[in-house]
Design a protein around this ligand. Sequence first.
Ligand code: GCW
Length: 654
Amino acid sequence: MTDPGDFDAAWLPDAAFRAVGARRSLVRGGPDLLADTVHRELADACARFGGEAVRGADAGGAGLVLDLTGDNPADEGFTLGRADGVTTVTASGGRGLLYGLFHVVRLGEDAFAGDLPPRTHRPALATRMLDHWDNVAVHPVTGQVERGYAGGSLFWADGEARGDLDRVRAYGRLLAACGINAVAVNNVNVHATEARLLTDRLGDVAAIADVLRPYGIRTHLSVGFATPMLLGGLPTADPLDPAVRAWWAAATARVYEAIGDFGGFVVKADSEGRPGPFAYGRSHADGANMLAAALEPHGGTVHWRAFVYDHRQDWRDRSTDRARAAYDHFTPLDGRFADNVVLQVKHGPMDFQVREPVSPLIGAMPDTRLAVELQVTQEYTGQQRHVCWLGPMWSEVLRFRPAGGTSAGRLADGLVAVSNAGDDRFWTGHPLAQANLYAFGRLAWDPEADPRAVLDEWIALTHPGAPARLAEGLHAILDGSWATYEKYTAPLGVGFMVQPGHHYGPSVDGYEYSPWGTYHFADRDGVGVDRSVATGTGFAGQYAEPWAKLYESPDTCPDELLLFFHHVPYGHVLHSGTTVIQHIYDTHFEGVAEAEEARRVWAGLADLVEPERHARVAERFEEQLRSAREWRDQINSYFLRKSGVPDARGRTVH
Ligand code: GCW
């Protein structure tokens, strides 16, 4: 065992188990791998807190009984109740039992006080998956973990699988405690070494799967579309070619020999230079369905990403709009995907910016299974050097009602996120970014959950028994941190303005004359992208009503998305009553002031937080402040120089 002191306990510190560990508990039912996990958890907790954990036999006097009935193993739900001094968790399947245990842990002493009428809890979304953009071999451009801000990979180091899987085991345990049930272990940009995870390096994947399985987590692999050529020696990867289909069928069958509960493939095809079906004149449905056919006999799923756009656009070409691309490519294919294909759609139409509208593809393909993809790793939201609690952003996305009816969270069968975890001692680089990982799992379980309540849970689990002042301080720092980040970065939904390549820090024109399709079109008169139907790219028309109409006009478009949908003069008056240019100045000064205030609050919590954790966050705040000031000054100066309109409040703009 790795010394637990080597890495942070995150939301599962020993003390979080005090209430369950102080009692006599009984786990009934099985044999079952996950019921054994539940028993082991209880036995460990009891060893610390003086209780007793019994497995199997009926023993009197238990204060906590976890009953696995086994009648519907696929059901992930559980029923929790309390009567006659006994707290009972009943579940049909092992995962439900495990989730029930963690629910009891979250409740703490409240699970053992008074009567609780039986209540059933069940995840709203069947797939709750983390994608790791981890490379096996260090990639010359993207390193060990693409867009990773938490050290190296949990799974791979320098071209090899890590031998010590204790960290992976601890990770699986943390993920189970927030309800995550699937992990893809390699980057969607599948390079040469990583392609072999499907073939001669499959044993490494199987070893990871073995460690995650006791926590109810199925392992998935990202695969490259051209693998039959790369590794199979075939002259083509045409999805309709019988030899290609046979190659995938055989490769997939071998995966299932090694990993009986393998989850399936994640595929990035015809996207940012990755190979795909277009090369053969085939559709994305042809491509996805070929892989689906290979997986189908074994019960596996294809997660086919919808992130398809022209990344070699001519910036002079105003008719191409990257925001339109996913909808334009995929809606004509609705109903043509096999039952075990899930279309994985980024939550916004562009690319994980601090503010985007919800992708119009969500809800536009009623006959296609949907997974919504979030980015827990903070590529565009401060790279885990800035504090940015994303629960409120994701909650907005999941509660969005595309056609005024069912919410995005209810339309999806899966929620997927790019993980922010690595081999860093605190898992996520910035210790407060642990809250994002936790919240992702909890929102995938219940997309309607109040993010504030989720944050309360995370605070209470991470710091059991801490005084109210700590929770208040953490709320003061985290609650508004997304809004703060938005204030000092790209304004009013316009996006990007980041340094090309690594995407950290400001560069207003960094992507303005680039082929990536990410422009703000600022000139001396105004700024923003006209995506209206009347005079722009027509993107607003991809929405169902009421949204199409709302976004179409600058008069009704919400302020925070104004520059995403419209090009307006600097003097345009927002609903808030201020002009666009004054809003830019005001928010940039405010954003920095708010970050300074958050740093001050954190400093005042030093007596309540373990020194190493406190120091790590304090150090990150220094960098956040430096960077936030740089953002403020570059954005403000840029717009003063473009517009010639001074700050009405006469503050320093360089
Ligand atoms: O946000 C962009 C990232 C790429 C990433 C791509 C994607 C894995 O900058 O690093 O590639 O999205 O989602 O495929």
